[in-house]
Ligand binder design. Structure first.
Ligand SMILES: Cc1cc2nc3c(=O)[nH]c(=O)nc-3n(C[C@H](O)[C@H](O)[C@H](O)COP(=O)(O)OP(=O)(O)OC[C@H]3O[C@@H](n4cnc5c(N)ncnc54)[C@H](O)[C@@H]3O)c2cc1C
Ligand SMILES: *[C@@H]1O[C@H](CO)[C@@H](O)[C@H](O)[C@H]1NC(C)=O
Ligand SMILES: *[C@@H]1O[C@H](CO)[C@@H](O)[C@H](O)[C@H]1NC(C)=O
Ligand SMILES: *[C@@H]1O[C@H](CO)[C@@H](O)[C@H](O)[C@H]1NC(C)=O
Ligand SMILES: *[C@@H]1O[C@H](CO)[C@@H](O)[C@H](O)[C@H]1NC(C)=O
Length: 430
């Protein structure tokens, strides 16, 4: 039976209204979002239009400008209840939303976020160490160097990323690796519990006993399940009195084959206290000119024992050598001659990184990569910002937890590589 005309008309009007509502939703003006958020958030919170110069001044800059998310409004919540309100509002209004911790994320999908709200966790910046309980609780935006400084002061340690400016929660949610991972595994293995605001605005305690499935996921695949406001970790008494050997070397590219041979030999028996790093890049310095390999060795033990261990590398007679004993907390700042600190902490780089895991070291294969780089970079100077960074940690720490204990999938990795093309020119000139 056909519906009477007036009813059809009503249906049409309702459909039309619904369509308009959707359009209004999708196109909510930045000013409306700003006004709405200002009205619901605590007075200590900061709400700023992306266009406002205050945004650039107050909000955490992104390290990588390649494929960055686009925001219309920035929020710095002061309280956990503010985080709950922003998420409830954004989800309810169909507006994209993303947390910012240290701003060092570079997932290639980040650029798909458009017209969103940036929830900068900058006001969540405390580290609390409980040495009696051997635990540490950090707020959502604490950076790696804050963790290292606080732990060194109490005679404790935990693996921290090689770059001191990386957000500690951001690193943890993706697993997180650093020199002391040889001793303790990925950072996420030391996570005990997390207070997290989920997309529906709930505040959950997430741990091995509460919301266990979520706990599994956030240890290694943790982005976008919610916003972690507070994270509690197991911490460990400092190894070697909180000191380590740092050895930096530079080798000419012609020795690359010997270096990969040694790396392969070490991989089989690498002591848990030793981490090995290489960076393959192009040097325009007249003395070096061409492909060089910088090598870095960190040993959580005495300098004498460390030097004995790395003797095979010393026997290759590096062009440059600097061996010293440093405080554990200073490793990220001094390793690779301080390069990570100067390059890794300066936001605004246009950077295209690709992660790559090696599950075995195939010497011939890596030689051909180096030769390819040599060829390409010699012929095309615009490629000279490219590099391959290699981190080789002992398997010991990674094998302390079972493969199925968390979403972290890289326990059997022999070397973590990152191939990156770093370009310094601004986006517009690309
Ligand atoms: C120069 C450089 C060196 C690096 N070195 C290392 C290294 O040695 N070891 C290592 O493991 N990693 C390293 N990384 C990778 C780094 O750990 C990840 O990119 C990490 O996700 C960055 O976190 P962030 O908070 O600084 O970045 P952001 O861009 O602020 O965040 C990255 C992602 O994590 C989410 N996020 C951050 N904090 C929270 C939170 N509290 N709650 C919920 N979600 C959150 C964000 O929403 C985003 O999706 C390095 C990165 C760079 C750029
Ligand atoms: C939510 O927004 C997206 C685009 O940002 C749009 O594709 C989708 O239709 C919207 N959903 C609703 C229910 O309006
Ligand atoms: C989470 O756990 C802490 C400590 O056990 C407790 O004080 C807090 O109330 C809990 N929060 C929620 C939301 O359950
Ligand atoms: C890398 O090592 C191989 C093997 O020793 C050598 O033949 C090659 O020339 C080296 N590559 C460069 C760029 O020096
Ligand atoms: C050697 O390294 C240490 C720290 O690791 C640094 O303080 C020192 O300046 C370096 N020496 C040279 C000559 O670069």
């Amino acid at each position: 039976m056909a519906a009477p005309r007036p009813l059809l008309f009503l249906v049409a009007v309702l459909t039309f209204l619904e369509a308009i509502t959707c359009v209004v939703w999708a196109q909510m003006s930045p000013q409306t979002i700003y006004d709405d958020l200002r009205a619901i958030l605590s007075s200590g919170s900061e709400v700023v239009l992306k266009e406002d110069p205050t945004y650039t001044r107050d909000f955490t800059p992104r390290y990588n400008t390649a494929g960055e998310p686009s925001y219309v409004v920035g929020v710095k919540p002061a309280l956990v209840t503010d985080v709950q309100r922003v998420l409830t509002y954004a989800v309810g209004s169909n507006i994209s939303v993303l947390a910012t911790g240290g701003g060092h994320g570079y997932s290639s999908s980040l650029g798909r976020l458009e017209g969103g709200i940036n929830v900068d966790l900058g006001m969540f910046s405390t580290v609390r160490v409980d040495s009696d309980a051997s635990t540490m609780t950090v707020s959502g935006a604490v950076r790696a160097d804050q963790v290292a400084t606080a732990l060194q002061a109490t005679g404790m340690e935990i693996p921290v990323p090689q770059c001191p400016c990386v957000g500690f929660s951001g690193a943890t949610l993706g697993g997180g690796i650093g020199p002391y991972s040889g001793l303790y595994g990925p950072i996420s293995d030391s996570l005990l519990s997390v207070e997290m605001v989920t997309g529906d605005g709930q505040l959950l305690n997430v741990s091995q006993t509460q919301h266990q499935d979520l706990f599994y996921a956030i240890k290694g695949a943790g982005f976008n399940y919610g916003i972690a406001t507070s994270l509690t970790y197991r911490i460990y008494p400092a190894t070697n009195g909180g000191q380590a050997m740092n050895a930096d070397m530079i080798f000419s590219g012609s020795l690359n084959g010997s270096l990969w041979e040694l790396a392969k030999q070490f991989a089989a028996t690498q002591p848990k206290e030793l981490s090995i790093g290489f960076s393959v890049r192009y040097s325009s310095e007249p003395m070096l000119n061409g492909i060089i390999i910088t090598a870095n060795f960190i040993y959580a033990g005495s300098q004498d024992a460390g030097v004995e261990l790395i003797q095979p590398f010393l026997d290759l007679q590096p062009l440059y050598l600097n061996i010293s004993t440093v405080m554990w907390k200073d490793i990220p700042a001094v390793a690779h001659n301080g390069a990570i600190l100067t390059v890794g902490c300066k936001p605004g780089i246009y950077y295209i990184p690709y992660g790559l895991n090696l599950y075995q070291i195939d010497v011939q294969n890596i030689i051909s990569v180096v030769n390819y780089m040599d060829n390409a970079m010699t012929t095309d100077p615009t490629l000279r910002g490219a590099s391959v960074v290699w981190q080789q940690y002992a398997s010991y720490g990674f094998n302390l937890q079972a493969q199925d204990s968390s979403a972290f999938p890289h326990r059997d990795t022999v070397a973590f590589l990152s191939m990156a093309l770093g370009l310094t020119q601004p986006k517009a000139q690309r």
